[in-house]
Ligand binder design. Structure first.
Ligand code: HEM
Length: 371
């Protein structure tokens, strides 16, 4: 494996005729053996781009309702303090509900919040005719439904595509949310009150009604806090790309890699670089991105969590909105502290991957309203 840094990182992201993330990823996780239809990655990227990202405005109401339902289900009112020991698992369950709602549609999941998501997908083929949402895109695809004949649907392809979408959307969003929340709890004294006040102000402005996408855009401090947390949540190296050049690829700095070589990006280097990040690059600067007018969905050469260029994550807007809405609701509703243990000041790693934080969190219903 080759690890690249700085400008070379962007050569890898830019040269999509020579480097493929899809090929690099299946080297680590053999997705092609699980989801066998070869056109799935293209189809899914297009569906998320055209259907989810383009139409996010229409999903915002559903997103909020489902986040609230999921919070009620897994966190509840917390009139008495509630300790959540396995927060990663809890937040994954919460995130699964709005994600599944958007991907497979209201009709499919409304009555089965307690069921495992995979069961939802197993049941999917039986209720397919009723569904609208992203699923409709498959049904309208002649490769999946030749002649648009409802009796002649390639259910395997649909199930595989949805499985692959869940794979792309779930772990990434839930671990990002968990990371952001732990960051907030760790820096509670510095930021909680300020972010709460911003949330409260927006809540008042929309008369405690549902948020619109514009309201979410106005959560500028929260947005910057989320972006800074995501910036520092990267593994040390990642985003493996396979070299797919004819025989080898020569970088601008004259280094060469042969066809088939896995090339990973050095996130650590990008995050620690003063030229790219400004002074004190490893410090957590919550409002740094706000000062630079750079929202969390904006791709930049110093912010690689969503990849870059043409193949950057098509679900980034959904993910950022979901994380922001969930945090906004949490800020308005609860106080959170750690349960006995502190969250260590230093990030720990398992190999190149960040080690999960396993500190229990105590949720309490927020009593005081501060104007
Ligand atoms: C915080 C959450 C997320 C993170 C950190 C994330 C990150 C990424 C990254 C790094 C890539 C590869 C980009 C590249 O090749 O340069 C990617 C691809 C992708 N993501 Fe996300 N993602 C997130 C959420 C989502 C969500 C919510 C969805 C779906 C609704 C989604 C759907 C996809 C798809 C379909 C691809 C494949 C694109 C392709 O093959 O061209 N992601 N994501």
């Amino acid at each position: 494996m080759t690890v690249v840094r700085k400008e070379t990182t962007h050569e890898v992201l830019r040269k999509d005729q020579d480097f493929s993330f899809r090929e690099g990823f299946i080297n680590q996780v053999p997705m092609h053996l699980i989801f066998k239809h070869v056109t799935i990655p293209e189809k899914n990227a297009k569906i998320v781009r055209d259907y989810v990202a383009e139409k996010l405005k229409h999903f915002i109401s559903r997103l909020q309702k489902n986040i609230l339902k999921a919070m009620d289900l897994y966190i509840s009112e917390c009139v008495e303090p509630k300790v959540i020991r396995d927060s990663r698992k809890t937040f994954t369950c919460i995130i699964a509900i709005p994600v599944a709602n958007i991907i497979v549609g209201e009709a499919c999941i409304c009555d089965c919040y307690n069921e495992d998501l995979l069961e939802t997908f197993r049941d999917l083929t039986f209720s397919i005719i009723k569904l609208l949402d992203a699923l409709q895109c498959f049904l309208d695809d002649l490769e999946v439904t030749p002649d648009l004949d409802p009796n002649h649907v390639n259910y395997d392809c649909i199930a595989d595509s949805i499985g692959a979408l869940i794979f792309a959307a779930m772990k990434t969003t839930s671990s990002s949310f968990t990371h952001v929340l732990y960051n907030l709890v760790k820096r509670k004294h510095q930021y909680w009150q300020e972010l709460y006040q911003e949330a409260q102000k927006i809540n008042k402005q929309c008369n405690e009604n549902e948020l619109t996408t514009d309201d979410i855009v106005r959560m500028v401090k929260l947005d910057s806090f989320v972006k800074e947390s995501l910036r520092l949540s990267n593994p040390i190296t990642g985003l493996p790309h396979k070299c797919i050049s004819k025989s080898y690829f020569t970088f601008a700095n004259r280094y060469q890699v042969p066809r088939g070589r896995i090339v990973s990006l050095n996130y650590h280097d990008t995050n620690n670089d003063k030229e790219l990040q400004g002074q004190n690059p490893i410090e957590f600067r919550a409002y740094h991105h706000l000062e630079h007018n750079s929202p969390a969905t904006k791709l930049e050469c110093n912010f690689l969590i969503f990849g870059g260029r043409k193949h950057a994550c098509p679900g980034k807007a959904l993910a950022v909105n979901e994380i922001k809405v969930f945090l906004y609701k949490v800020l308005l509703k609860y106080n959170i502290r750690t349960d006995n243990e502190e969250i260590g000041p230093k990030r720990r790693y398992l190999g190149p991957a960040p080690a999960p934080i396993n500190v229990g969190l105590v949720f309490e219903k927020r009593k005081e309203i501060i104007n």
